[in-house]
Design a protein around this ligand. Sequence first.
Ligand SMILES: Cc1ncc(COP(=O)(O)O)c(C=O)c1O
Length: 363
Amino acid sequence: MCGTYYGHRPTSPDLAHFPRQRWLAAVRHVLTTVPSDALDYGDPGGVPELREELAGYLRRVRAADVRPENLVIVGGVAQGLSLVLHVLGGRQRGLRLAVEDPTSHRQVPLLRRAGAQLVPVPVDGEGLDVRRLSGEAALVTPAHQYPTGVVLSPGRRAALVEWAHAGGRFVLEDDYDAELRFDRDPVGCLQGLAPDRVILSGSVSKALAPGLRLGWVAAPSELAEAVRRARGELDLGSPVIDQYALAHFLRTGGYDKHLRRMRREYRRRRDALVEALAEELPRVRVGGIEAGLHLYLELPEGWPELRFVRAAQDLGLSAEPVGPMRELPGPAAVVAGFARLPAHRAVEVVRRLKVHMSGQNVD
Ligand SMILES: Cc1ncc(COP(=O)(O)O)c(C=O)c1O
């Protein structure tokens, strides 16, 4: 039943909790209700029912300023970014794209392949340092910066929007981890502040499963038709049965219900890991705890990232080094994912990690 499995990332959800029965019910509903013609090549922008549901959802949950005609359904944020850069690159060759530093190293080849020249901009405790921005467009993760986990401050949000307006520039907003905010309501997306300058991308990869490859791009009216047309020219659009199923899942409240349940569970797991780290490894600085499925851990002087990562992985704590995510200098740090670490295992794992790192002058 199963082909090659590429391994769990620290940022992936706990897929054992994928709502199989409810998804099955949604697919069954689709297959018993949609007319045969609905299975033909459709609108490359996505099935109208899903765009309608998503527009309502993004307005309600993300304070986005979105109408169905601004939306293009894509195979995840990765594809959405490729598509948008393809369109922007058609207007401006060698587009200079400001990216956060550190950033998601997996996205770098994708951005380069789409023709962008990357300009690293440092991230500090308030998020992207907007004062040091340069380039013709910027890619940001304001809800939960990857990998540092910083939430972009209100001042920086306003400054970023001003930068975009002042130069007629576009901001590509990766709405990363937006729905997994634990301690208070999610911060609204940047797009809601400047819908004519911000291109919002999101997906169900965290809320449901990355393997669904389902996401969206909400583009300003000026760009939306070009993005839809590019999707049609490149590959004719996304699988329609999954799109109808997601529309049904959203309409019947299944998506919200699943997220509510998972937020509670992930919060428990996060709290357990944060407490265990504070107790056992107090010299490790823990950041990015407000949202998402990973912690950003700054390591004490002299601790090699790779040694920590290998030990964590061996103990079942999914981790990745931050070094490869940087162009600019920064402290040794790792990303540690808690989504699949049951709360009752946190203390044991961190204690064993402490023993493993003890040769590195831990206390
Ligand atoms: C910061 C960030 N955004 C988005 C993505 C891609 O997400 P999706 O599954 O929606 O394509 C990744 C995956 O590597 C990521 O690290």
